[in-house]
Design a protein. Structure first.
Length: 462
């Protein structure tokens, strides 16, 4: 057994690597740690220390030696050839210099003193287990609207639910697909196969949790690890985004304006494939993100270039977090990994608070040509266009139509049946795009109510 001690001062590096030697013949390696938590004045961050593990292959960026990360969720873990603590990757325990990775999330003015204990169990290694991953296809309905939650946490990072529990909650929420997105580890990937089924597509990914914001790697190849050990100023995000795309995934900045330390997104949207506008129950930071996203649509509309689709996910960790609040509803050719990701990338999606809410949006020209969510109606600037939004499952909510000029129509509250529609006539000269929002009632006068659903836009013009 080896004991390692040290003290980190305020302003310590984001990651500190503590080396230790692994002798030959080790079957299992166990690590535990503790650190002091001194009292601090109100408003001053105290000590918070994350932990992970790199093997004898080293700590270089890219994660060749990565063996797991539990952040601050666990005080001890083990790895061996056939098994590992959730968040860690099974594999051989080879001789050489390994490193405990410490992440001082916050350090009190007094400093942070830590103690790490490393213990070895010797013997012949157990046979390695070949990972089995969920299939990339479920029993779909052909081209249809599919509901999913793409930002979820299990006990393989800082969540408290097993994949089995998450899958059960996803089915209860009416979801067709989910995405595994544990913080800074891909260790859960091999534990989802049993939870997938003909009725539930399981995509694999990671929430890449940097010190300057979080990004969901959505639908990557099984076993893909995405490194998180950089800041926006390091200029590495472009390389990380390229890696995610090479692995078949989408790059989705998460909760860009969340108030937690390190959560605010600082790497821009030039490399993003979509953005998580709605994260969990609707809050003021979602409202800010919605406004920021909307502000970027005009340039895309006028220049007829690529635009950034919006999506929403629950970011559920534990009870009482609701899986599927909100959910992204995607028009896809089938219930497959490829089709779902293509639908999200194309913006053929809206976000709803539950399975009960459905929202459609179409723009129709006098000639009969029409376009739906995420599409473009190619009409001359002065040609008349009729925009129609229809809703089901939203009693007492209000439909709003929003363009590059702001909110242009606010409907009457829907009846208790929850169904209704609005129509609005315009031209491409007056509306570069139109999108729909569905808001709950509010008692605050002109302020909009909490969101019940919103769509990606329909663009107008050639």
């Amino acid at each position: 057994m080896t004991t390692l001690r040290g003290t980190l001062a305020p302003g310590a590096p984001d990651y500190v690597y503590v080396p230790f030697g692994v002798p030959p013949g080790v079957r299992e390696l166990r690590v535990s740690y503790s650190y002091d938590r001194p009292a601090v004045p109100p408003g001053t961050p105290g000590n918070a220390l994350d932990i992970g593990l790199f093997d004898e292959r080293g700590t270089r960026l890219g994660g060749e030696g990565f063996r797991g990360w539990s952040g601050g969720a666990r005080t001890e873990f083990f790895v061996r050839a056939d098994d590992a603590t959730p968040g860690y990757v099974p594999g051989p325990v080879r001789q050489g210099t390994w490193h405990v990775a410490l992440g001082p999330y916050t350090v009190a003015p007094q400093g942070l003193s830590y103690e790490i204990t490393v213990a070895f169990e010797y013997g012949a290694p157990d046979p390695a287990v070949r990972p089995v991953y969920p299939p990339e296809r479920a029993a779909g309905r052909g081209r249809a609207w599919y509901r999913g939650d793409c930002h979820l946490h299990s006990w393989y990072s800082d969540g408290r639910r097993t994949p089995a529990r998450i899958a059960a909650l996803a089915r209860a929420a009416g979801l067709d697909f989910v995405n595994s997105s544990d913080h800074n580890t891909h260790a859960a990937h091999a534990h989802w196969a049993a939870e997938a089924g003909e009725d539930l597509l399981v995509l694999l990914g990671e929430e890449v949790t940097t010190r300057n914001g979080h990004v969901v790697a959505l639908g990557t190849d099984p076993g893909t690890f995405v490194d998180w050990r950089y800041r926006a100023r390091d200029g590495r995000f472009g390389h990380v985004a390229a890696q995610i795309r090479r692995a078949g995934g989408l790059v989705v900045p998460a909760h860009p304006h969340a108030p937690c330390i390190g959560c605010a997104w600082k790497s821009g949207y030039g490399e993003a494939d979509a953005v998580e506008v709605w994260n969990g129950p609707w809050t003021p930071d979602d409202e800010v993100t919605l406004a920021e996203w909307d502000g970027g649509l005009l340039a895309s509309a006028r220049e007829v270039r690529g635009w950034l689709p919006a999506m929403g996910s629950s970011d559920a960790h534990r009870d009482p977090d609701a899986v599927g609040l909100p959910q992204t509803v995607v028009l896809a050719d089938d219930l497959t990994r490829e089709a779902i990701l293509e639908g999200i990338r194309a913006g053929r999606a809206y976000v709803a608070e539950s399975r009960n809410v459905s929202l459609s949006l179409t723009a129709t020209a006098a000639s009969g040509e029409h376009a739906g969510i995420g599409g473009r109606l190619a009409v001359d600037a002065g040609a008349p266009v009729t925009v129609r939004a229809a809703v089901a499952g939203a009693p007492r909510c209000t439909i709003r139509l929003v363009t590059d000029e702001g909110t242009v129509l606010v409907g009457d509250p829907l009846p208790v049946t929850g169904s209704g529609s609005v129509e609005w006539r315009t031209t491409a000269a007056h509306a570069a795009y139109v999108r729909a929002e569905l808001r709950h009632e509010t008692a605050a006068g002109p302020l909009p109510g909490a969101m019940a659903a919103f769509t990606n836009p329909v663009f107008l013009g050639r």
